[in-house]
Design a binder for this molecule. Structure first.
Ligand code: SF4
Length: 232
């Protein structure tokens, strides 16, 4: 079978005050949006690296305080993560399934599985108060680090790590990283809503399957267009 053809380009972007030059490689032919997520991960990594340059980052392996926050995930990233879980051995999938089920029960029990008119900030504060560890968190480290969601990559702090566990996150100084991850929301369809990462398996049961296929460069162009309109 012939190897899949890929297209490479060098992106030269102005992201907020940052100048980012980043080579990107994607499948040349029509693919599902989830297949360009590795390229988006690389792009977000490049933006985060530029934002963190010269700063003393206090985030360390083994500190998972921020992994109890609400992690908003787009449909495209959700589909990628489902593929990551499907590729795991059955025993590991069972363990993860139990953790996701426990998290979903706690979230639903607190009435946080639906927005109910709440603003993002209000929802995030109530979610963090529940103290639900991300199902992917193991021994306070991310067990899917190379595949972690885009928004997880964008959260870095320069303040002492212990402040991140405080209920109101008082004194926490996040690195001002442009939230490129928001461009993944609605990548396939503008009507798509994000969902909390801990609800991934619940979401997968009711999600609309199928979805359009576009060439890798078309997906990236769409992402970049959304970046320029959505970024804050
Ligand atoms: S995916 Fe990984 S980095 Fe993100 S919240 Fe979960 S454990 Fe933390």
């Amino acid at each position: 079978m012939a190897a899949e053809a890929h297209s490479t380009a060098t992106l030269r972007l102005s992201v907020g005050d940052l100048k980012v030059v980043h080579p990107i490689t994607v499948p040349s032919g029509p693919v599902a949006a989830a297949e360009v997520v590795p390229a988006l991960q690389g792009l977000v990594n490049a933006v985060v690296a530029a934002a963190g340059q010269g700063k003393e980052i206090s985030c360390r392996k083994g500190c998972g305080a921020c992994c109890r926050q609400l992690v908003p995930v787009s449909r495209t990233e959700g589909e990628r993560l489902l593929g990551v879980i499907e590729a795991m051995p059955p025993e590991r999938r069972r363990e993860l399934g139990a953790r996701f089920a426990a998290a979903a029960t706690a979230i639903k029990g607190a009435g946080l599985d639906q927005r109910r008119g709440r603003a993002d900030r209000e929802l995030s504060t109530a979610y963090f108060a529940l103290g639900i560890p991300c199902p992917f968190l193991e021994e306070e480290s991310c067990s899917i680090h190379p595949e972690r969601p885009l928004v997880c990559r964008e959260y870095l702090v320069t303040s002492p790590a212990e402040l991140c566990a405080g209920p109101a996150q008082e004194g926490v100084t996040p690195v001002p990283v442009p939230k490129v991850s928001t461009a993944a929301r609605g990548l396939q369809d503008e009507r798509e809503e994000w969902f909390p990462l801990a609800m991934l398996l619940e979401w997968s049961r009711t999600r609309s399957k199928g979805g359009s296929r576009k060439t890798g460069p078309e997906w990236i162009q769409r992402f970049l267009a959304k970046m320029s309109t959505k970024r804050t």
